[in-house]
Design a protein around this ligand. Structure first.
Ligand code: SF4
Length: 267
């Protein structure tokens, strides 16, 4: 397992101005019909268009492992990364090792910068996320959004596993290809959701037929997972994201989905 904070990574941006870069990315959206391209073709296109600058960021749910499987089996040169909040389930840390061994690939494990989490915990406590939605979002910011912002500084293309099937919010907001702003700059990043139109059945069939490695928490009743305490198993009939931050169930604020951590808000 390769643990890193983003300062250590040292990948240099391409030698073009931000304006040229943004124009190039906007051109891809405008000129190519990326919404109609299959998941596998989109991954191939990303790997060829953004050498070393296309990163698949995953928390190892079925979408992420399915895409790793697709990429590796087709020999695509994509980077794979995960955000280590320092509160992940022990099973997840073990799963990183298992994936790397099975697919002979490297997973970049991105941790928060030194001191950020410690300062937050000293100020608000380890379990600040119980106090309010604002404090939960702050915790997610410090433990994962800031790491993700750092990761995206090393990339032009962010590949994510968002699907319409996952929630109403994602149905309304996610597309197969969209431009987002890099945090704190005017530079654009192409965000791809290659499996956005895959439903549960199609994904599940792919996992079974292809023998994709499956995160062990699925067998313990977790339909999605992240940090210990904030992700819990769901009961039959509950919505998929009901197990996330259970204490907020039934709350809705200002059109944002209380079950999103901020990582996938469109910025
Ligand atoms: S999921 Fe919970 S523990 Fe993890 S970063 Fe968000 S609020 Fe913090």
């Amino acid at each position: 397992m390769t643990v890193m904070t983003i300062e250590e990574e040292g990948l240099e941006p391409q030698p073009e101005t931000i304006e040229e870069h943004n124009e190039r990315l906007a051109g891809y959206i405008h000129d190519l019909d990326l919404e109609q391209v299959s998941a596998e073709e989109l991954l191939r296109w990303a790997s060829e268009t953004f050498p070393q600058r296309a990163v698949l960021n995953t928390s190892f749910q079925h979408t992420g492992t399915a895409m790793i499987h697709m990429a590796v089996s087709k020999g695509l040169a994509l980077r794979f990364a995960t955000l280590d909040t320092l509160r992940l389930h022990p099973e997840t840390y073990a799963f990183v090792e298992e994936l790397e061994a099975r697919y002979a690939c490297k997973i970049e494990v991105i941790q928060p910068k030194n001191g950020d989490v410690q300062r937050m915990v000293e100020r608000h406590g380890e379990y600040l996320f119980f106090d309010s939605k604002e404090k939960q979002e702050h915790c997610c910011q410090v433990r994962k959004d800031w790491s993700n912002n750092g990761l995206l500084k090393t990339a032009d293309c962010w590949i994510s596993g968002q699907r319409w099937d996952q929630s109403e919010y994602r149905q309304q907001t996610a597309k197969k290809a969209m431009l987002i702003d890099e945090y704190g700059t005017h530079r654009k990043i192409l965000k791809l959701n290659p499996l956005v139109d895959w439903d549960d059945e199609r994904l599940s069939d792919f996992i079974t037929e292809q023998g994709v490695l499956v995160h062990p928490l699925y067998d313990q009743g977790y339909p999605s997972f992240g940090c210990v305490v904030c992700a819990t198993p769901t009961r039959p009939g509950e919505p998929k994201r009901a197990g996330r931050w259970r204490w907020f169930n039934g709350q809705q604020e200002d059109g944002d989905d209380p079950k999103e951590c901020g990582l996938h808000y469109n910025i």
